[in-house]
Design a binder for this molecule. Structure first.
Ligand code: FRU
Length: 535
């Protein structure tokens, strides 16, 4: 089906066809990265959910494998839903996932590889005693899903946490187990936040406050903080907070109650949901996957025959410069896709101007941009408009300025990625980082939003962002990954050879001096596993 084929990505993971949602059970095993994902093999809309499966040696090039698990038991006949992997110290792999039963009750099930000597982990066995967990008293039978990777506590028992809600309070239950078959519900909740609604796809993991390496899920020691993430069903946003985990009573307390889970930081401020991390023991890093969902109509998805993309896997670290956020950065392996690069140095962009950057085709790019703001002598640069405004067309004295990607020559389509500053009378400058989809497509039936957030800028730092462009996906990372915005756009003109990139400054009171380095990116190899050629 060639309809809108230019919207397919070239180096992001997506199935050959049909519907995908959450990443599931990511892990590294015997030389292969495994990605499972919520997958409807029959259609481009959600339903009949199975676990799709693909492997990679570098997180960039992927080989599709046969579906790992399908709904074929009473306890998952309405869907093999989201779950997580745990690698035990003796090398066994435990997969816990949610099943929607024959009466649509959400239960937790255990599965394991049939053959641990198979690096591809092709065959999965569902434990004969499933389900291993049913909703406990007081928890709604449809509010009990998405078990995490397990971690081991000081008492030698494993713990998992499962998201739920009671009335409008989102919460996370803790279970202890030694064998992954029998579980004991902890009296304490790991955490709860009133008003946040159902917590889907909870993720819970340690970060090192002074290191550049990721931590395995069970690590807890001085110098370690814990990230708690929940995907809020009501708003379809992934929220996280930084805090301390008390292994003694299995509770977690946020560093800043005002920035608690669901009311503070977002993992990604754009089109993004149901994210999940895993510890990559191969490179000692923690890697984050996230689902980029569509914003076109269901009938368009059916016509084009596919829906959804996964983000580029991101390395996650604690930001020890601010102490208040994580840093997300595309895994280093993406750099192996780099082809030729272009540099633009000290380009001065005056108020109200747009400067084309002549790099040829601009559909697959890795862009680094740095900006310095120079006040114009004549201008009083105080202004009171904060935030991202109504997008890149709303001018203030101090912004917006940045780049236009997936743009055509006439700018009939463009996606601005930009900064907008706010200078208070007290002299404080706050910086907003924004992505504006409102003019990304002339197609009428697609959701186009202005996304953005304030981003911390530490003294002495220049304003900077990195942007990955892949036909219809734009992943933008500000200030080394303190804030991230993913955009899903639907160009009809700015496609193939017609796609361009521009610098722009729509501030009325400042010149902007920009330095850019832009790489063309090759396509990744993403194809069915070549079984016939190997055997
Ligand atoms: C999140 C989610 C999960 C569930 C899965 C079903 O997108 O709703 O809570 O397990 O998708 O596909």
């Amino acid at each position: 089906n060639a309809m809108f084929s230019w919207q397919r990505t070239s180096y992001h993971f997506q199935p050959e066809k049909n519907w995908m949602n959450d990443p599931d059970g990511p892990l590294f095993y015997k030389g292969w990265y495994h990605l499972f994902y919520q997958y409807n093999p029959d259609s481009a809309v959600w339903g009949n959910i199975t676990w799709g499966h693909a492997v990679s040696t570098d997180l960039i090039h992927w080989l599709y494998l046969p579906i790992a698990m399908v709904p074929d038991r009473w306890y998952d006949i309405n869907g093999v839903w989201t779950g997580s992997a745990t690698i035990l110290p003796d090398g066994q792999i435990v997969m816990l996932y949610t099943g929607s039963t024959n009466t649509t009750v959400q239960v937790q099930n255990l599965a394991y590889p049939a053959n641990l000597s198979d690096p591809l982990l092709l065959d999965w066995v569902k434990y004969s005693g499933n389900p291993v967990l049913v909703p406990p008293p007081g928890i709604g039978y449809k509010d009990f899903r998405d078990p995490t990777t397990a971690w081991i506590g000081p008492d030698g028992q494993w713990r998992i946490t499962i998201g739920s809600k009671i009335n409008k309070t989102g919460l996370s239950l803790v279970y202890k187990t030694t064998d992954f078959i029998h579980y004991h519900l902890s009296y304490n909740l790991l955490h709860e936040v009133p008003g946040t609604g159902m917590w889907e796809c909870v993720d819970f993991y340690p970060v090192s406050t002074n290191g550049s390496k990721g931590l395995d899920t069970s690590v807890n020691a001085p110098g370690v903080k814990h990230i708690l993430k929940a995907s809020l069903d009501d708003t379809k946003v992934d929220h996280y907070a930084i805090g301390t985990y008390y292994a003694g009573n299995d509770t977690w307390v946020p560093d800043n109650p005002k920035e608690d889970v669901g009311i503070g930081l977002k993992v990604d401020y754009g089109r993004y949901y149901a994210s999940k991390t895993f510890y990559d023991q191969n490179k000692e890093r923690r890697i984050l996957w996230g689902w980029i969902n569509e914003t076109d109509t269901e009938s368009d998805d059916l016509r084009k025959g596919w829906a959804s993309v996964q983000t580029i896997p991101r390395n996650v670290l604690f930001d020890n410069k601010t102490g208040t956020n994580i840093l997300q950065w595309p895994v280093e392996e993406i750099e192996t896709l780099r082809l030729n690069s272009s540099e633009f140095n000290e380009v001065v962009v005056g108020p109200g101007s747009v400067v084309p950057l002549d790099i040829g085709t601009a559909t697959q790019l890795d862009i680094f941009a740095e900006f310095e703001v120079e006040k114009l002598e004549s201008e009083e640069t105080e202004n009171d408009a904060t935030g991202c405004g109504r997008g890149s067309i709303e001018r203030t004295k101090l912004g917006p300025f940045g780049i236009l990607v997936i743009a055509d020559d006439s700018l009939s389509e463009r996606t601005p990625i930009f900064f907008r500053l706010h200078n208070s009378t007290g002299g404080d400058v706050t910086t907003f980082f924004c992505a504006d989809e409102t003019r990304s497509s002339i197609a009428p039936d697609v959701l186009k939003r202005v996304y953005g957030t304030e981003v911390p800028v530490v003294d002495g730092e220049k304003l900077s962002f990195r942007v990955l462009v892949d036909h219809s996906i734009v992943e933008s990372f500000a200030q080394g990954g303190r804030r991230v915005i993913t955009s899903r756009v639907y160009p009809t003109q700015a496609i193939y050879g017609a796609a361009r990139i521009f610098l722009f400054n729509n501030a009325s009171g400042v010149n902007v001096k920009a330095n850019l380095k832009i790489w063309q990116l090759n396509s990744a190899f993403i194809h069915p596993f070549p079984f016939d050629q190997i055997q």
